[in-house]
Design a protein around this ligand. Structure first.
Ligand SMILES: Nc1ncnc2c1ncn2[C@@H]1O[C@H](COP(=O)(O)OP(=O)(O)OP(=O)(O)O)[C@@H](O)[C@H]1O
Ligand SMILES: [Mg+2]
Length: 322
C-alpha cells in the first residue's frame, strides 16, 4: 500500500501573550502526532473543541510549518525544501472546509470557480481548462447546465460539492477535510460522505478527515485517531476502536452516545473536570484530571503512545482497566 503522507512526532506550538494581556507563554496546540495516510484510505481525527484538530490540518496542508517533527508527502520531505518544491508539494494536498460558503467566491460561477486553480497554476489552455472543469462537475454530481450559476443559487450540500470539486481540480493525492459535513443537514451529510467515498475509490485519494461527530466517523473512517490536548491518546482501525476502546477518554467519548436528535449529535462530553489549557498543560497525562483510573504516576509521568492489541494507546493503565 502506498503511503501518501507521513507525520512523525509533529509538534505545532504558538507563542502568545507578552502584550497587554498576561504573561508570555506557549500554546501547545499539537504536541507529538504521528500517522500514515494510505492511498484510498481515510484516517479520521476526533476530539473535543480545542484539542488541535484544525492546527493539525494546517500543518498537514503545509499552511504552517511544524515547530518540530517531520512531515513527508509521498515520500518527500517537506522541511528545508526550496520554494518551488514546496509549491508543488502544497498542490498535492488540498483542503475542504466546514463552510463551503466561506471558501467559495460569491462572485464566481461554478465554471469559473473550478477553472481558477488551473489558471493560477497555468495548466492547459482555456478550452482544456473548461473541459476539465465540466468533467469534474460530472464527477461530483453537478449538472452541466449549472455551469454559469453562482454559489448563492445552490443548497449547502451542492455548495460543498463545488468546494470538493475545486479541491480536486489539481489532482491532489491527499485531501484534508476539516468538519466537511458538520454544517449540513443530516439528510444531506450522508450524500456528501458517499460522494467523498466514491471519489476516494475512483481517484485513490488519501483522506485526513476531521470530525466531532462519531456517527460520521463511523461512516467514513478506516482508521481513527482520538486526540486530547494536542496529543493522540488512541489510534486504531475503526472497527477495533468502536468495538474495544482501550483509552479511558475514548470510552468516555463513545459512552456519550450520539443522540437521535441530529442537532445534539455532536460530541457531548459529560464528565467532571475541565479540559486543561494547552497554554499550561499539566506535566503528566493531560486526561488525568478527568480520569477515574488516574494514579499518582499519571499526574507525574506523561504516557507515550504504545502498541496494545493492535491499538496505539497512551495510557499507563490501559491493560488493567480491561
Ligand atoms: N494561531 C494561534 N495562536 C495561538 N493559539 C492558537 C492558534 N491556533 C490555534 N490555537 C490554539 O490551539 C488550540 C487548538 O486549536 P484548534 O483550532 O486546532 O482546535 P480544534 O480541535 O480544531 O477545535 P474545534 O473543534 O473547536 O475546531 C486551541 O487552544 C487554540 O486556541
Ligand atoms: Mg477546528
Amino acid at each position: 500500500m502506498t503511503v501518501l503522507m507521513q507525520a512523525h512526532d509533529v509538534v505545532r506550538h504558538y507563542k502568545v501573550g507578552g502584550g497587554l494581556f498576561g504573561t508570555p507563554g506557549t500554546v501547545k496546540a499539537v504536541d507529538g502526532v504521528s500517522f500514515s495516510l494510505l492511498a484510498g484510505k481515510t484516517l479520521a481525527v476526533v476530539g473535543e473543541s480545542g484539542c488541535g484538530k484544525s492546527t493539525l490540518a494546517r500543518v498537514a496542508t503545509l499552511l504552517e510549518p511544524p515547530t518540530a517533527g517531520e512531515l513527508t508527502i509521498d515520500g518527500a520531505a517537506t522541511a528545508g525544501v526550496d520554494a518551488d518544491t514546496r509549491r508543488k508539494l502544497r498542490l498535492s494536498v488540498q483542503m475542504v472546509f466546514q463552510n463551503p460558503y466561506g471558501s467559495l467566491n460569491p462572485r464566481k460561477t461554478v465554471g469559473a470557480t473550478l477553472m481558477e486553480p488551473l489558471e493560477i497554476n497555468q495548466r492547459g489552455d482555456a478550452a482544456a481548462r473548461a473541459q476539465a472543469a465540466r468533467e469534474m462537475m460530472a464527477q461530483v454530481g453537478l449538472r452541466d447546465d449549472q455551469w454559469g450559476r453562482y454559489p448563492h443559487m445552490f443548497s449547502g450540500g451542492q455548495r460543498q460539492r463545488i468546494a470538493i470539486a475545486r479541491a480536486l481540480m489539481l489532482n491532489p493525492r491527499v485531501v484534508v477535510a476539516d468538519e466537511p459535513v458538520s454544517a449540513l443537514d443530516v439528510s444531506i451529510q450522508a450524500q456528501v460522505l458517499n460522494l467523498l467515498m466514491d471519489l476516494q475509490e475512483r481517484l485513490g485519494l488519501a483522506y485526513l478527515f476531521i470530525s466531532h461527530d462519531l456517527s460520521v466517523v463511523r461512516h467514513i473512517a478506516d482508521e481513527v485517531m482520538v486526540m486530547y490536548c494536542g496529543r493522540p491518546v488512541e489510534q486504531a482501525a475503526k472497527a477495533d476502536l468502536f468495538a474495544q476502546p482501550r483509552h479511558p477518554y475514548t470510552r468516555m467519548l463513545l459512552a456519550a452516545t450520539p443522540s437521535v436528535d441530529p442537532a445534539r449529535r455532536q460530541l457531548q462530553v459529560s464528565i467532571k473536570g475541565e479540559l486543561p489549557s494547552p497554554l499550561n498543560p499539566p506535566p503528566g497525562c493531560a486526561f488525568a484530571s478527568r480520569c477515574a483510573h488516574a494514579t499518582a504516576r499519571c499526574t507525574a509521568e506523561r504516557p507515550d503512545p504504545r502498541p496494545l492489541d493492535g491499538h496505539m494507546v497512551a495510557c499507563h493503565h490501559a491493560e488493567s482497566i480491561g
